[in-house]
Design a protein around this ligand. Structure first.
Ligand SMILES: [Fe+2]
Ligand SMILES: [Fe+2]
Length: 225
């Protein structure tokens, strides 16, 4: 029997089956922001055959079958926050300096042959400009406010609105980066640093989308009301 259906929500599928994030990502279907968009509506919007996408989702669910993954819905807010910080914030804190050097080297070396690399570098810098202060704001203000015994609803509401706005901006930059980087594929003539950059940018995209999805649909959803 099918696990996912045309009417299933895209964000909900990724909560139940995190491995499906890869399928949505490869088809440029946004799973991290809009709350109740169905697979059917998302495929129609992108001009995709919904049956093909559903078959790919079922395949990735079957492939993961039996392998346990932590269910973030079962975590307390404090546990969920440490999970986000250790899995996603720590990744970004380490990835930004490394990628900044790598994207600069590749753009300098190959920018004449592929001018889109210069735009990839600018987009990466724009993304870092939004995300780096965003991480500090969450770690320094929002997360302590959510963990506090006596919560301040006005502070939390203002922080959630601001973080949500920044998530939207991050998602826009990621779409832009994927387009400029030709879906993170390297041309035939590319050397190892170019190929490493494409692989690392794809990993950055996946990690960041999963990060925003978790914050939006699990953590922030607990406080949105
Ligand atoms: Fe975060
Ligand atoms: Fe965030």
């Amino acid at each position: 029997m099918a696990t996912v259906h045309r009417g299933s929500s895209v964000a909900g599928i990724v909560i139940d089956h995190p491995e499906c994030a890869r399928v949505f990502c490869d088809h440029r279907i946004d799973f991290c922001r809009r709350r109740d968009r169905s697979v059917d509506a998302a495929c129609a919007e992108r001009g995709l055959d919904v049956d093909v996408v559903l078959a790919l989702l079922e395949k990735s669910i079957a492939r993961r079958s039996g392998v346990a993954v932590p269910d973030p819905r079962a975590m307390s807010t404090a546990e969920l926050i440490s999970y986000i910080v250790s899995r996603h914030h720590a990744y970004l804190h380490a990835a930004f300096p490394f990628l900044d050097v790598l994207v600069g080297d590749v753009a300098r070396e190959h920018g004449e042959r592929n001018p889109k690399l210069l735009a990839v570098q600018r987009t990466f810098q724009e993304l870092a400009k939004i995300l780096q202060p965003h991480l500090y704001e969450e770690e320094g203000v929002l997360f302590p406010a959510l963990r506090a015994e006596l919560r301040d609803p006005r502070l939390i509401a203002a922080e959630l609105a601001s973080m949500e706005h920044e998530h939207d901006n991050v998602a826009v930059q990621l779409v832009c980066m994927r387009t400029l980087a030709d879906d993170f594929t390297a041309p035939e003539w590319a050397g190892s640093s170019y190929r490493t950059l494409m692989r690392e940018l794809a990993a950055l995209e996946m990690n960041t989308l999963r990060h925003i999805h978790l914050e939006t649909h699990v953590l922030m959803a607990r406080f949105a009301a």
